[in-house]
Design a protein around this ligand. Structure first.
Ligand SMILES: *Cc1c(COP(=O)(O)O)cnc(C)c1O
Length: 411
């Protein structure tokens, strides 16, 4: 007797509606996904269990900057799967040094602290900044402060939601970690007033993604750099969503002549395959960590390092940054043409846009559902703002198709 051949995925013959219903009693309700059940994907396209195809205009919140299953990344992962997957940091592995060297060179930094998820990179950045404040700056024990911006999104751990201003993300999760000061984004005077001799770091997103792709005024990032240098505290840029090609540059801070002390990277660093994040910084800062003071069982594992190295190799070519910049013009022009036709305003940089839809036409959720019926997967941030962040591998034709579908969904 031979085993039956399955042409479908491992879920066999269960359809979308049945699978959605099956999640309800067994899956924690911390998400409200669009009613699409994805079974496979390639490049910019995903396919659901019934074989319907959709253009992915969310790209895993920028975790899929290189599209689904980029051949170079899949090959790197396969090769590594056949050799070595996990050692823990109790031993060295033969992939980590190369990954750290290439990532440091790509970002112009000295040292790399490998972690897994974005939230872990943020947590690690907070710990490193505090330790730097005590060991190097001389802040009295347990007095260090970190200045952050309102409407930030840095992840979901208890310490990170401690400095969130989103009540939905915070309510019911206290008590919170002290030591954070929140100032309005894009307001240098408020930041100046909040930074004092206890301040270890200013931690901001160069562009606030979850807040609706909020782009600060020209000069803000340079101002944060000048202020932090003058006041003697660190500038930590959370580039987990904005970085690695999305805005038309390797880093979003590069749109101004700005080099932070510490960069937080994640999402696309894992190539859409495994979670890979990192704190990247100057030797004077990351050098404060000594053996045993911080760690992660999975951080810097050989599979992550192999995929991360392949991601860095793709970015070294400059091709994806160039695509984001060039196609970003089509995105911006297309959205400009929709202003007054259902779009009340938008912000974009590279292949990244926050589109404010006329609330009279429906909530962001309703517009996302209408887009889904037009074959486009996108997600509202909050209110009536839709975030567009396609894979950087999208073609001009696909992008024009997405803009046409948006016009139809708003019509
Ligand atoms: C997604 C994100 C995080 C958190 O990353 P996770 O991998 O979800 O923990 C942190 N900062 C920013 C700016 C993000 O977009």
């Amino acid at each position: 007797m031979t085993a039956p051949v399955r042409t479908q995925g491992s879920q066999g013959t269960r359809g979308s509606e049945e699978l959605i219903r099956a999640e309800e009693p067994v899956l924690a309700h911390n998400y409200h996904p669009l009613p699409v059940v994805v079974a496979r994907a390639e490049g910019t396209w995903v396919e659901d269990v019934e074989g319907r195809r959709y253009l992915d205009m969310l790209a895993g919140y920028s975790a899929l900057n290189f599209g689904h299953r980029h051949p170079a990344l899949i090959e790197a992962a396969h090769r590594q799967l056949d050799r070595l997957t996990l050692t823990s940091r109790a031993f060295h592995n033969d992939r980590l040094a190369g990954f750290a060297e290439r990532l440091a060179a790509l970002t112009g930094m000295d040292m790399v602290l490998p972690m897994n998820t974005g939230a872990e990179a943020v947590e690690s950045g907070v710990k490193v900044a505090r330790k730097w404040a005590y060991d190097v700056k001389g802040v009295p024990a347990d007095r260090a402060t970190i200045v952050v911006a309102a409407d930030n999104f840095h992840g979901r751990t208890t310490t990170i939601v401690s400095f969130s201003t989103d009540e939905t993300a915070r309510a019911g999760f206290g008590p919170f970690t002290p030591g954070f000061r929140v100032v309005p984004y894009n307001d240098l005077a408020a930041m100046e007033a909040a930074v004092d001799e206890t301040t270890a770091a200013v931690l901001i997103e160069p562009i606030q993604g979850e807040a609706g792709v909020i782009i600060p005024e020209d000069g803000y990032l340079a101002g944060v750099r000048e202020l932090t240098r003058r006041k003697g505290c660190l500038f930590i840029a959370d580039e987990i969503q904005s970085g690695l090609g999305r805005t038309g540059r390797t880093l979003a801070v590069e749109h101004e002549p700005v080099v932070p002390d510490v960069l937080l990277l994640g999402k696309a660093l894992g190539g859409g395959i495994v979670p890979v994040s990192a704190v990247v910084g100057r030797r004077e800062v990351l050098g404060v960590l000594h053996p045993g003071e911080h760690g992660s069982t999975f951080g810097g594992n050989p599979l992550a390092a192999a995929v991360g190295t392949a991601v860095v190799e793709l970015l070294e070519t400059g091709e994806f940054q160039r695509r984001a910049a060039e196609l970003g013009v089509i995105l911006r022009d297309g959205l400009t043409g929709l202003v007054g036709k259902g779009v009340v305003g938008f912000r974009s940089r590279g292949l990244w846009a926050g589109v404010d839809v006329d609330p009279a036409l429906g909530t962001g959720r309703e517009i996302s559902e209408r887009l889904m019926r037009e074959g486009i997967l996108a997600k509202d941030t909050h209110g009536s703002t839709i975030r567009l962040a396609p894979p950087l591998t999208i073609t001009a034709e696909e992008l024009r198709g997405a803009l046409a579908a948006l016009e139809k969904a708003l019509g």
